[in-house]
Design a binder for this molecule. Structure first.
Ligand SMILES: N[C@@H](CCC(=O)N[C@@H](CS)C(=O)NCC(=O)O)C(=O)O
Length: 215
């Protein structure tokens, strides 16, 4: 049986978990936190979550995990069959991760984990995220999903990216990123109303609340 390591405060864990649920996989969840212990590094070489354990071994990096899930269960496709359309979904996934989530992540320490964000970082991140959003705006179709009429991995990556990015941009800059791109809010509602997404969001909210109320 597949095992997914991580927990729900991680947007990337939530992406991998949603992909597994949407595709109908049965799997065990192993609650794990990012760490640099030798044992965990042998599973996830950067010590990050999520990490997937399959019969053949361990796999890290969410997009690699998604590609693997697609290969082993093509019955419920989350990539389009057409090669160009498939590549367009990958383009959206990459744009979202590299140009929106990663720059915004530089501020997560101050927003979510009680750290301090340096003034220079605060100055640098907003234009980077603005540029990423402009790229996403050019790529997204909102018909009603990001890549067209089918729900794909691009929606999964973007949904949990915006979960964190919206809060971060609002808290640091008072900036409502969801209003930045026409179509983003109705798209998010569309994704949130999928039964599996809705059920997972309830679990995520409970886990996040109990994690942050621990201390
Ligand atoms: N590129 C990685 C990113 C995963 C990631 O950054 N996970 C975070 C939690 S959301 C983590 O484990 N951070 C710990 C660290 O960076 O050391 C992926 O696609 O899975």
């Amino acid at each position: 049986m597949l095992k997914l390591y991580g927990f729900h405060v991680s947007a990337y864990f939530n992406m991998a978990k949603l992909a597994m649920l949407e595709k109908g996989f049965e799997f065990d969840e192993v609650r794990s936190y990012p760490n640099q212990e030798d044992q965990f590094l042998s599973m996830s070489p950067m010590g990050k979550i999520p990490c997937l354990e399959a019969r053949e071994g361990f796999l890290s990096e969410t997009i690699a995990i998604m590609e693997f899930l697609e290969e082993i269960n093509p019955e419920v496709p989350l990539f389009p069959a057409d090669p160009f359309e498939r590549a367009k979904v990958r383009e959206l996934m990459r744009a979202c991760e590299l140009y929106v989530e990663l720059p915004a992540r530089r501020l997560y320490a101050g927003v979510f984990f009680g750290g301090t964000n340096h003034e220079q970082t605060v100055e640098e991140v907003r234009p980077q995220v603005a540029r990423g959003l402009m790229a996403l705006e050019k790529l997204a179709k909102f018909e009603p999903y990001l890549a067209g009429d089918k729900f794909t991995y691009a929606d999964i990556v973007a949904y949990y990216t915006f979960d964190k990015v919206e809060k971060t941009m609002s808290e640091v800059y008072g900036w409502d990123v969801m209003s930045e791109i026409k179509g983003l809010k109705p798209w998010r509602q569309q994704v949130a109303s999928r039964p599996i997404v809705h059920s997972l969001d309830i679990v995520i909210a409970q886990d996040v609340e109990s994690f942050f109320s621990k201390d």
